[in-house]
Design a protein around this ligand. Structure first.
Ligand code: FES
Length: 269
């Protein structure tokens, strides 16, 4: 790994084309969308998606890209609605992404063509919704069910996503009943009847959002404080990377992570 891999859009684009388009990526905790019409919208490594709960209780992960002119249909991070009306010209889609209609001046010329939002392969694993652009990717496994959901803390970090991953992995042995890494974007810590899922969301090459999903406990100030410490640690590490201070591959997990990144870069060149 080189300092520029943490500070340039080129590296991020390579990661989008290879790593993020071929792996299962976490989207949200299933419990964040408990009732019909609930949705969460986010952009993960350049892929913009909406996770929805329909009236039959089913979950869909849809590309947030209107079939009229490829603009984002949903412009808010979450909420509840009966259907999605594109902000730009009013094309409307149901909670499974099915095209419902459009104002006459911008209606599709050929109604026989499929204008539905693109539904991506998705699975729910231990209460976490994952999606993939490649249905052949190896499915994630998080082990036994997690305890009841207690809330999510959102932290924006001014650092490259790989710094956040490295901070989570540094010095940690893989012990499935204590710490599990579900690369490239999720870490699970278990302690007795409690568990924390750290979901890393690469926004841009220098902006990362961290979702800390708390299970077996209510998300509270102690969790917020821990997330705040994580934020300052990662932002300090990002400054170090810019100055050439690279991480030491001091654990199997960290070495494996770097191998996967290097393979992704090699695959995109
Ligand atoms: S881009 Fe969505 S309605 Fe035109």
């Amino acid at each position: 790994m080189k300092p520029e891999d943490y500070a340039q859009g080129d590296a991020f684009q390579a990661e989008k084309r290879t790593l993020f388009s071929t792996e299962w990526l976490p989207a949200c905790a299933e419990a964040q969308i408990p009732t019909a019409g609930d949705f969460v919208a986010l952009t993960v490594g350049g892929w913009s998606v909406v996770v929805t709960r329909d009236s039959a209780g089913g979950i869909s992960v849809l590309r947030n890209m209107c079939r009229h002119q490829n603009m984002p249909v949903v412009g808010v991070p979450g909420g509840n609605c009966e259907s999605f009306r594109c902000r730009f010209h009013g094309w409307t889609f149901d909670l499974r992404g099915k095209f419902m209609g459009a104002p006459p001046p911008v209606a599709p010329r050929d109604p026989s063509v499929n204008h539905d939002l693109i539904a991506l392969p998705m699975i729910v694993e231990a209460g976490i919704v994952f999606f993939s652009l490649d249905s052949l990717a190896t499915r994630p496994s998080l082990g036994p069910a997690l305890p009841p959901y207690g809330g999510t803390i959102v932290t924006d970090i001014a650092a490259n996503w790989k710094v956040v991953v490295e901070h989570l992995l540094e010095g940690r042995p893989s012990q499935p009943d204590v710490f599990m890494w579900q690369g490239p974007l999720l870490a699970l810590r278990r302690a007795g009847t409690k568990a924390i899922v750290e979901q890393i969301v690469p926004h841009t090459f220098l902006r990362t959002r961290l979702f800390t999903h708390v299970f077996g406990d209510a998300a509270d100030d102690a969790h917020r404080q821990m997330a705040g410490v994580m934020k300052s640690d990662c932002e300090a590490l990002q400054s170090g990377r810019a100055a050439g201070a690279m991480p030491h591959d001091d654990s199997v997990l960290l070495s494996d992570f770097h191998r996967r990144i290097e393979a992704a870069y090699a695959g995109s060149s």
